[in-house]
Structure formats: structure tokens, C-alpha cells
Design a protein around this ligand. Sequence first.
Ligand SMILES: *Cc1c(COP(=O)(O)O)cnc(C)c1O
Length: 380
Amino acid sequence: MKKIYLDHAATTRTRPEAIEAMLPYLNNFYGNAASIYELGRQSKKAIETAREKIAGLFNVQPKEIFFTSSGTEADNWAIKGLAYANQKKGKHIITSKIEHHAVLHSCQFLEKNGFEVTYLPVNSDGLISIADLEKAIRKDTVLISIMFANNEVGTIQPVSEIAKLADRYNIIFHTDAVQVVGNLEIDANKLSLDAMSISAHKFGGPKGVGALYLRDGIKIENLLHGGSQERDLRAGTQNVAGIVAMAKALELAINDLKNHQHKLTLLRDRAILEIPKITKGIKLNGHREKRLAGNINFSFPKISGDSLLMMLDMKGIAASSGSACSALSIEPSHVLLAMGLDRQMAKNAIRFTFGDENTDEDLDYLLAVLREIFSNTNIL
Ligand SMILES: *Cc1c(COP(=O)(O)O)cnc(C)c1O
């Protein structure tokens, strides 16, 4: 049976070159980067070379890059660490209703600990409004955290305008850029970002490694306490092989960016044109243009995203529904509810995210399978 992977927003295949780059640090160069003998220094050197490479690709300084264990850790650290380190100024945070749970649940944790959080609404395309943001700013606002692009619907936020507004009010601005790295060029300096989370496995690196960019001079509290790694700010022996592989994957992704964008935009736009023709009542979720290249998200009539997902899986197609299984019930996506979908349409949503290895034939196959499902009235 055909196997077609259309869930690149969940994770990507590790690039062979990234695997190749990490092998020496799993085999011969196993030293602890904190050790002073040669084996340790080799690991330290590999980490610092990777840091320089990554910093260069985002146009920031190497000392502004901190390695973490994941995008989730980078988000948790940014939200909690920046809030705690700057709480003398105030205890108010602004974020949006459609953030990844790594940001939302970190904010909810802070609310239990004396902070106040404003969750900005979004319009039906999933965009926040700059006017709403400005209205939400208070004297005691210490942090604005708005994601660069959404993982479910692919909507890209006006990050440059948000950063300018944050600058004007002298408020720290963090963005979760996990979905954007490898899909859009990011000049963190030019965009005037203060903090940014990234995760290797979303752009062809291995799982379990990420980074936080933090502008020089901004105070942050540790999330992890212990050794003096990462300039005393993030304790724990670094994942040398993962860090080296992340740098390699990022370099390859950015070198191939134009090609990648072009190819995925063609697949995306063809899917957006063809899928709604399959049956009446199919609705595209997310902004039509301000949207990540490989992302499509549709609500289908009469069938839940999870049921459709299982039928697609039987045909070898891997996709995603935005719903989260919590305790005993399946909860519709918080992102789609915030965009104004009713619970049924939110439950009926499914996301397909293309990657470099996908072809026009993959999309043909997806269209054929969907046509077959929707022509079979016994299933519906
Ligand atoms: C995947 C993802 C994360 C979490 O990153 P991990 O490295 O998987 O923990 C955070 N934010 C967004 C937007 C993501 O897509």
C-alpha cells in the first residue's frame, strides 16, 4: 500500500546529512562539553560552532542562542523565565488564544502564581489585531508572546508590527517560531525580536533539541537549575549530537528555502483549489494568503476529523486533526474555536501539511481517497 506522510507540522523526517553530522558525537566524540580535557573540548567546540552557525542564519549573535531540549522547553523558559526575571516592572502578560499549549499552559501556570494574562482574540482567519494588542497594553505589562505562525491553520501573524509596538512601549516580545523556521526567512535582528523559540525536528533535525534566542541584555530566570552550562542560564549536559544536527538541518533548510517555498506553495494552492470540489460544504480554515507554504486545514461536512483521520490511515495517509484528547472526551481545537467555528465544524477539521518529499502524485492520491470516502454514503 502507498504510504504518504502529510503531517510535517507534527514532525519531519530527519535529513540524512543531519544524521551523518551527529554520528561522530554519538560514537567517538562522546566527551562532556564541560570537561577540560581534549575529548571534552572537542564537544565544546562542536557546540560553539553550531551556535555560531545558527546565530548567523538568524542574523543574531552566538551569545544570544541558548540550547534547550525542545521547542516546548524554549517556550516554557521564555514565558516563565522572562516573567519572573522582570516582575519588578509588573506582572501582566499578553498572549493570544491560539498559541501552542507550551505557551498557553505556561501562562496558565503563571496565573496560579500571581500573574495576570490577557489572551487576545483572533479574527476568522486566525489573525490578532494590532489595535487589540495596543489596547491590552498596561503599565505593568512585562511580556508579549505571540506565535509567528500557527501550527494548526498556518496563519502568519504580523510579527514585525507586533515587535515595533512592543519596542515603542518597551515591553519584551517573545515569539514561538517553531512552525516558521525552514518555511520563512527569519532575520531576528531586522524583525526586532527579543526572544524566539525554535525546535529542530520541525525542520529536518532530530527530536529532543531546540533553542531559545534571547536578545543580549534581557534578563531571564533559569527554568533548569544545576550546572553552569549555557552561560549559567540553562543547566544540564548539552545534547551535543542533537545540537550539531540541528545546525546542519537549519543550514540545509535555509539554503533550500526558495525552492521549498515554491514547491510547497504549488501543492498547497492546488489542494486548496481541488479539495473543496469533492463535496459540498468543505471549508478552508486559516488565512488564504498569510499562510505557511505547506499548510492546509479543512472542515469537512458530516464527518469528524478523527473518523476521517482513521479512514485516511487505512489508506496509508498520515494527517492530523487539531483536537486534543483530554480525559474522557475529545475536545475540539482551541484554535478553531477561537476563530469562531462552532464545535461541530471545529471537530470536523483536518490538517494536511506538505514537506519536501511530497509530490503531485501524493496529492492526486489524497484527492482520489477523499473522493472515494465522500462518494460512499454508507460511511457518512
Ligand atoms: C511543535 C511545536 C512546539 C513544541 O516543540 P517540541 O520540540 O515538539 O516540544 C511548540 N510550538 C509550536 C508552534 C509547535 O508547532
